[in-house]
Design a binder for this molecule. Structure first.
Ligand code: MG
Length: 396
């Protein structure tokens, strides 16, 4: 059944201040969201912030923005944080406190900016408590699509995409009849730092080379995923789930300028695209203010006269097998997309730690995928168990 986007997103204008929680405030999405808040102070009431272990930056954010509640998920740094925080904010610690914050009834909107599988739990609990979830955590829907869908139904919450490609598609389909008008989705990819490179070249690349993204400034995990194109694979799955479009109707085009953020082909021969400079504040702001474009926050508009060229290329699937593997995961169904995501998360950790080579990322994800892709799960705990099994297999 069709997941959220076109059918559940609420088209009522948001009146007054938005009572907001930001999960993952010290990450790239969190910092950009706080930047929007700073420029639009009267539009928000900051209910809560959460971070994992970056207690120094978190303390600065808490002192500056004075949320009512703040949660540090990693309890090991509770003393350090308590010493640094001077505001009246109520501080709590640990995973349970994080879940509690995601359900806090004083807030209507939650920015889900936690990276990876570990963000899934709070996406589910926020949706169950009826919140608008501004979804930056693609791994949660890729891992737990069915759980996300049932939480959405249970709590009557809504998901508005923050991932720039999905925000682009969401903007392009406004006013379309989702069931009859859409022919194909076209997701664009910058190609990352290794666009056009051969397998031979990739053999010796180091984490620092992979972290050097040409267009977007993001966290480490998503930057490595951009270099392997697993980010695009996960986004293909995310798009298929969010917009209920099968994988054969989703194309991926390499677009090195990162100006066209994605496109929708309609049945009458039109292609509708969303363009802009690469700035995550744009999709974040739209997810917060949808159905309006309420927050003015961009540094500049794209000047097409200066931008003279927009290039598009096919994906080199021979060198970057990630997109095809993601398509296979979608076709396999069940927990296969979770297996793909979890495998990739642990393999990326090993690559960043210097334990494996860049090309090992592909073969190791494929090995784990082949071993676990048929595993059946039906609850969050079973999914968590599968995630743990995959960790053991990869780290063995
Ligand atoms: Mg993206």
């Amino acid at each position: 059944m069709l997941l959220p986007i076109p059918s559940t997103a609420k088209k009522t204008r948001i009146e007054g201040k938005i009572p907001l929680i930001i999960l993952g405030s010290t990450g790239s999405i969190g910092k950009n969201t706080l930047n929007i808040l700073e420029q639009n102070r009267n539009d928000f009431e900051l209910i809560g912030l959460s971070a994992n272990s970056n207690f120094k930056l978190f303390a600065e954010q808490v002192n500056k923005f004075k949320p009512k509640y703040a949660v540090l998920a990693n309890e090991n740094f509770s003393k350090e944080l308590l010493n640094l925080v001077s505001s009246q904010t109520k501080l709590t610690f640990g995973e349970n406190a994080l879940v509690e914050l995601s359900q806090n009834e004083e807030a209507t909107t939650v920015v889900a900016g936690i990276v990876g599988f570990q963000g899934l739990k709070t996406v589910l609990t926020a949706l169950e408590s009826g919140k608008r979830v501004c979804l930056a955590n693609k791994e949660s829907i890729v891992s737990g699509r069915n759980l996300v869908e049932s939480s959405l139904k249970k709590g009557q919450g809504e998901i508005i995409p923050v991932d720039s490609e999905h925000s682009a598609i969401f903007q392009c389909i406004q006013g379309l009849n989702h069931k009859t008008d859409i022919l194909n989705l076209i997701i664009t990819a910058s190609g990352g730092p290794f666009f056009g490179k051969t397998k031979e070249y990739l053999r010796n690349v180091q984490p620092k080379d992979a972290l050097n993204h040409p267009n977007w400034s993001m966290g480490k995990k998503v930057t490595i995923d951009s270099a392997t194109l697993f980010n695009k694979g996960l986004e293909l799955i995310e798009a298929s789930y969010l917009f209920d479009i099968p994988e054969e109707r989703i194309k991926v085009h390499i677009h090195p300028q990162s100006i066209v953020h994605s496109m929708v082909e309609t049945v009458d021969g039109s292609s509708i695209a969303q363009l802009g400079i690469p700035d995550m504040k744009v999709p974040i702001a739209y997810s917060l203010s949808y159905p309006e474009k309420r927050f003015v926050n961009v540094e500049s508009h794209i000047d097409l006269l200066k931008q003279s060229k927009l290039d598009f290329f096919a994906v080199d699937s021979e060198t970057f097998p990630s997109i095809e593997l993601s398509r296979e995961a979608l076709r396999t169904g069940g927990s296969a997309t979770c297996v793909l995501n979890s495998s990739n998360e642990f393999v990326v950790e090993d690559f960043l730690a210097g334990k494996i080579s860049f090309l090992d990322i592909f073969s190791k994800v494929e090995n784990a995928f082949n071993k676990f892709s048929q595993t059946k799960t039906s609850s969050y705990n079973e999914l968590l168990e599968l995630h743990g099994e995959i960790e053991k297999f990869i780290k063995a």
